[in-house]
Design a protein around this ligand. Structure first.
Ligand SMILES: O=C(CO)[C@H](O)[C@H](O)COP(=O)(O)O
Length: 285
């Protein structure tokens, strides 16, 4: 039977090692499957799992990577790309009408429909720009991120990037919408005040009850509706993005890359490193 990190029999350091090895497994498999040697433009996301994605790409050597240019989603991934000796380019240098061949990124939670919560590392805005610029958006994660519905295992809330001056009004609106104790994310130890994103914005984390899937026949919830305070993913996302002062939201939703040729927020595939040493692959339906 597959182990989970909540197994109290496993010492904490062992659990941490298990999670790290799961991330690495998923990353190497994703790169093996989706980094086609003829590709030239690659998006690189943010977070601790992406470290292994870059490691796996760098391990292919200059024979494969020298013709490739890598587009970051923030300061951390910029550093990762440079430290690995890969060619860095800002996404605003991607000419109009052109797409990235593929983009790899992590997630905080992935549901059965490949909707994502992202932004645990406060990089969601640039992550969405890079993901939607890619022909193939590939999600890489460990087994803790798999859940049937968003909000089931990731309880910290949906990360929302906001203009600092709008934060109090956005908090008010989120409470009216039923968010349970939304909060401005505090800075890391050593930083007084709120966390400031790579774009000079703040992050609000807005917890909601576990979300319904977009076309959730089991719950009887119709597209675009809310049911006893429980939101459906697309309906909630469409409301959140319209709140004045919201720059971007950490829900990646809507059509996936199999249905549209450009602009998909949902991945075409998600790789999960499992606790038993296997890799589970979920393809967009
Ligand atoms: O969205 C993100 C950063 O904004 C990350 O992809 C997400 O938080 C997952 O991070 P990790 O791989 O460290 O678990």
């Amino acid at each position: 039977m597959a182990m989970s990190t909540s197994d109290s029999a496993i010492p904490v350091e062992e659990q941490a090692k298990l999670v790290e090895s799961s991330k690495r497994l998923a990353a190497y498999q994703a790169v093996k499957d989706y980094l086609v040697p003829t590709y030239t433009r690659i998006g690189i996301g943010s977070g601790s799992t992406v470290v292994y994605v870059v490691e796996a790409i760098a391990a292919l050597g200059p024979g494969v990577t020298s013709g490739m240019t890598f587009y970051p989603t923030g300061a951390q991934s910029e550093e990762l790309i440079e430290a690995a000796g890969l060619t860095l380019q800002a996404i605003n240098k991607l000419p109009t009408g052109q797409q990235l061949d593929v983009a790899f990124d992590g997630a905080d939670e992935v549901d059965d429909d490949l909707n994502l919560i992202k932004g645990g590392g406060a990089c969601l805005w640039q992550e969405k720009i890079v993901a939607t610029a890619a022909k193939h958006f590939v999600c890489v994660a460990d087994f803790r991120k798999l859940s049937p519905r968003l909000g089931t295992s990731w309880k910290k809330g949906i990360p929302i990037e906001v203009l600092p001056m709008a934060a109090p009004r956005v908090l008010d609106e989120l409470k009216r919408m039923g968010s349970l104790n939304p909060r401005v994310r505090p800075g890391l130890p050593g930083k007084a005040g709120a966390i400031v994103t790579d774009n000079g914005m703040w992050i609000i984390d807005a917890p909601f009850a576990p979300l319904h899937l977009p076309k959730d026949s089991a719950s009887g919830v119709q597209a675009g509706n809310e049911d006893n305070g429980v939101w459906q993913v697309d309906a909630l996302a469409d409301r959140l993005i319209k709140i004045p002062g919201v720059a971007e939201i950490g829900l990646f939703y809507g059509k996936n890359g199999l249905e549209v040729t450009a602009g998909a927020q949902k991945p075409v595939v998600a790789y999960f490193g499992m606790a038993d040493g296997t890799v589970e692959k979920k393809l967009a339906a």
